[in-house]
Design a protein around this ligand. Structure first.
Ligand code: ATP
Ligand code: MG
Ligand code: FE
Length: 337
């Protein structure tokens, strides 16, 4: 089964062709990060315009690279949420047009399911599975009893993990998005500052990162007032430690409470080296659970992951008509709520 997939929920315009949900035949990605850097974040209006400029070129690239003709395809997967409405609409229109022109079914895909499904590019997810979804907009512990079956155990009450990296980056005047840069700086620094690990003692699976962000801001402003210089690498290490501690703590609790066969690490923040290393160590204490991190090259936004999740829907005959609309606030259901 060959699926062509469209992704345009934020600032990446991407089209991919994926076979049987796990073989990436092509994955064309155009990123517009440069256009947003001077604003320190995504400007929705600018993002939509870029998607419109890039989508046909990215589509051609994906078809060329895969050496696949439209008549070889079985379906068109597309992200319909969550994300920016004006951005989502461009991918949706592209997918609908392609589907109509080539008489293919439309497969609606949840962007977050896509992030998780990308673990299948590593090894097939084994169920039941626990997934830690850490991205620019979401931080969730998700229980999967089978393919396409998601229940949220806990989520962030304020900022997402990636968002906290980006906000601290902004404070340190680093280019947006700052996660990758802070990751590298943290590698060079020492954990000289003790920041609080939010909610470390609470009996649930939720996260909170805005207190940590405020602590970092206060620390920097305080030092500035006293005329002290700060070692930014040490600050990065100390901040990243606090984020990783929080993620590890909740994950440990969930792994103890739920007997899962695999643990998936997904989302843009899943590229973080310290997080991957510490989860490796944690999972060695749970020998019956296989650690399946999304391959680093597929942790950020891309259409291949949408093709992977699209295959789950395809198998369950989850299709949509040309009236499919965007759902900017789409999320998984909370367990027991
Ligand atoms: P969502 O998926 O929730 O809709 P998004 O698509 O904008 O949000 P992603 O593209 O999945 O988010 O991830 C981007 C985020 O990942 C950014 O916040 C970025 O700073 C962060 N990030 C990327 N690489 C790293 C890294 N090595 N360490 C920490 N964070 C990282
Ligand atoms: Mg992005
Ligand atoms: Fe994403």
């Amino acid at each position: 089964t060959k699926i062509i997939a469209f992704e345009s929920s934020a600032d990446e315009t991407s089209v991919a062709i994926v076979e049987d949900g796990h073989i990436v035949l092509s994955n064309a990605v155009a990123t517009q990060i440069n256009s947003h850097q001077r604003f320190g974040g995504i400007v929705p209006e600018v993002a939509s315009r870029h998607h419109i400029e890039w989508i046909t070129r990215v589509l051609d690239d994906a078809l060329d690279a895969a050496q696949v003709r439209p008549e070889d395809l079985d379906g068109v997967a597309v992200t319909y949420g969550p994300g920016l409405v004006g951005s989502l609409l461009v991918g949706l229109m592209g997918a609908k047009t392609f589907a109509l022109a080539h008489d293919l079914p439309i497969i609606p895909v949840n962007h977050l399911a896509g992030h998780i499904a990308a673990a299948n590019f590593n090894v097939p997810i084994i169920y039941p599975a626990l997934a830690l979804m850490v991205s620019g907009g979401h931080t969730e512990l998700v229980l999967m009893t089978s393919e396409n079956n998601f229940a949220v155990l806990g989520e962030t009450r304020d900022d997402a993990a990636g968002e906290s990296f980006d906000k601290v980056g902004r404070l340190l005047k680093l280019p947006y998005p700052a996660g990758k840069t802070i990751d590298e700086m943290a590698h060079r620094g020492q954990a000289t500052i003790k920041f609080p690990t939010a909610m470390a003692h609470e009996d649930n699976y939720d996260f909170s990162f805005s207190g940590l962000k405020s602590a970092v801001i206060n620390y920097v402003h305080h030092a500035e007032q006293k005329g002290e210089t700060i070692d930014h690498n040490n600050l990065a290490t100390s901040f990243q430690n606090a984020v990783v501690d929080a993620l590890i703590g909740r994950t440990r609790k969930a792994l103890k409470d739920y007997d899962v066969k695999s643990f998936v690490l997904a989302g843009g923040v899943a590229a973080n080296r310290q997080l991957r290393d510490e989860l490796d160590v944690l999972l060695s204490q749970f020998p019956k659970t296989t650690f399946i991190p999304v391959p680093r090259e597929y942790t950020g936004d891309n259409a291949a992951m949408i093709g992977a999740a699209g295959y789950w829907n395809f198998k369950q005959h989850i299709f949509a008509g040309l009236d499919l609309n965007t759902n900017p606030g789409l999320d998984f259901e909370l367990l027991n709520k």
